[in-house]
Design a protein around this ligand. Structure first.
Ligand SMILES: Nc1ncnc2c1ncn2[C@@H]1O[C@H](COP(=O)(O)OP(=O)(O)OP(=O)(O)O)[C@@H](O)[C@H]1O
Length: 520
């Protein structure tokens, strides 16, 4: 169009008008195409986000809890969450639009330039690809490598920043007046992460300078040839413009970085999905008793359970006690199937239901916190001794249990524990109910009530209780003491007291304390 326009100036108005008309048409088509592409691009980003979310959610829901605790998984899930938080999906795949637009321009320019000389577009192409290579290398050094090497410092910096603003840590930071300690720590971490990035960027600079020289040389060669061989102004305008437009064959700023990010995220999601294979379903056994045979388990090579043999007949109430760190919660995790034993065998008849130490406080309605869409929530909450809760809640069963939700309401620690207990009771049917420190947040009356209910359940279902409160534990049918990764003592309260071992010592100590307090 510019060639036709310039050729028509100043003597041939018909030709100039044709040139202008061509210009106008190109502009119009470009505008319409651009609008269509914009729309498609936005849709593409949304689809990409959905695909990544679906892949990750599908894989994590399918797999066993032990796989999720794998450090590689935590790292990958962390990287995905970080991508979403910092970069986001908007503008990732849609950057293809800009890349396509540029490449179309570049190819058009190369075709026009080829009508001048076949070698000219090749020279320009090589020049721009050289620069593209240099820029990519430079960015790789500065961003990818730098980000990898500075990652742990950056993660620490982010964690420290989070401490200042995210509750509940933010509360303790204020209570202890830790701002003066936190800020310099954060700054040092952040700077040490950035220093790696800065050093990386300097590394790739030389390649960029060399490649820039190459591009300048290509321009010089081709433009000189054009100046020497062309005669009409129209030809000069067309070819010179074509030369300049070949830059669209090189590195496309604003498109290549987001696309590389999108590729990385897609690869991350795929790696995760490949590794998180489905957990093998626990075989449904018809056994009547829980049976553990020579069970060994450790975390990252550190043995915790070193040969547990235990048979719990159906309907028995069993209490597990032991010092802090003895491995009680670990044993609970194995019984729940969250971890698999390193060696040995576990047979669990029927369904397992559990209140774990750090049970989840779902930001959902009271009803869903207990039943997750199923019936029987009222009876369960009554059995858990929590019906009184309803009076406090503005929307009854439908109140969302979170103060960050409009019209929601948070619960006290003890109230939450009753909700968790109701959740476990509703789910247990006939099987095993495991409770890891269920009374830690309960007042004395509520605790008394809990254990009364607990003994009502005995006989119907098997109950396993982990607790440090030996006054509650003593009512269990059977008590086992875990020490040094093994079962050190096993019997009723009376038997263990008579044996005068670790249990008797712990029990007497607690009873003594209690007597002292009562006297005082
Ligand atoms: N996810 C984990 N990774 C590595 N080590 C762990 C992990 N969880 C627990 N441990 C370690 O395993 C050991 C047993 O921990 P566990 O939580 O089973 O003890 P516990 O008897 O329940 O203690 P407490 O009475 O304090 O609740 C401890 O030494 C603990 O440090």
């Amino acid at each position: 169009a510019s060639g036709v326009l310039v050729a028509g100036l100043p003597d041939d108005p018909a030709q100039a008008t044709l040139g202008l008309a061509l210009f106008g048409t190109a502009l119009l088509v470009g505008t319409v195409l651009s609008a269509v592409l914009d729309h498609e691009a936005a849709v593409l980003d949304g689809r990409f986000a959905h695909a990544v979310h679906d892949t990750v959610a599908g894989a994590t829901l399918r797999t066993g809890a032990a796989n999720l605790a794998d450090p590689r998984t935590t790292k990958e899930l962390g990287a995905l969450a970080e991508f979403e938080r910092v970069d986001g999906f908007v503008g990732t795949v849609s950057a293809l639009k800009e890349l396509l637009r540029q490449r179309a321009t570049g190819v058009g320019a190369a075709v026009v330039l080829a009508t001048f000389a076949w070698w000219a577009p090749i020279v320009m192409f090589l020049g721009w690809r050289g620069l593209s290579f240099g820029v990519r290398k430079w960015l790789d050094h500065g961003m990818t490598l730098g980000a990898q090497q500075g990652e742990s410092a950056m993660r620490r910096a982010r964690y420290l920043r989070g401490l200042a603003v995210d509750s509940p840590a933010a509360k303790e930071i204020r209570v202890f007046g830790l701002a003066g300690w936190l800020v310099p720590l954060y700054r040092d971490s952040y700077l040490s992460a950035l220093k790696v990035v800065w050093a990386g960027r300097k590394l790739g600079m030389r390649t960029v300078f060399a490649a820039t020289g190459g591009v300048l040389l290509a321009h010089l060669v081709v433009l000189t040839a054009i100046a020497q061989t062309t005669t009409t102004p129209a030809e000069i305008v067309v070819y010179a413009q074509a030369v300049l437009s070949t830059s669209a064959l090189g590195y496309v700023f604003g498109a290549e970085i987001p696309l590389a990010r999108a590729r990385k995220v897609a690869e991350l999601a795929r790696t995760l999905a490949r590794r998180l294979t489905a957990a093998p379903p626990r075989p449904q056994v018809v056994a009547q008793a829980i049976q553990l045979t020579d069970v060994h388990f450790g975390y990252a090579g550190k043995p915790v359970l070193k040969g547990i043999d235990l048979t719990v007949p159906k309907g028995q109430s069993l209490a597990i006690v032991g010092e802090n760190g003895a491995g009680k919660s670990t044993l609970v995790n194995l019984l729940c199937g969250i971890h698999q034993p390193d060696s040995g065998e576990i047979v669990m008849p029927g369904k397992v239901s559990a209140i774990v130490q750090r049970f989840t406080r779902f930001e959902l309605s009271l009803k869903d916190n207990i039943g997750f869409g199923e019936e029987g929530v009222e009876e369960a909450l009554e059995r858990a001794g929590g019906l009184g809760l309803l009076e406090d809640l503005p929307h009854g069963w439908d109140t969302v249990l979170s103060s960050s939700h409009p019209n929601g309401r948070d619960l006290s620690g003890g109230q939450w524990q009753k909700v968790a207990l109701a959740r476990a009771l509703r789910a247990v049917e006939s099987g095993t109910l495991i409770m890891d420190e269920p009374s830690a947040n309960l007042d004395v009356l509520a605790e008394e009530e809990l254990f009364a209910r607990f003994s009502e359940l005995a006989g119907e279902i098997t109950t396993i209780l982990v607790s440090h409160r030996l006054a509650s534990v003593r009512h269990a049918d059977r008590i086992v003491v875990i020490a040094d990764g093994r079962i050190a003592e096993d019997g009723t309260h009376a038997e263990l007291m008579a044996a005068n071992g670790q249990y008797a010592a712990m029990y007497s100590l607690q009873a003594e304390r209690f007597a002292e307090v009562s006297h005082a």
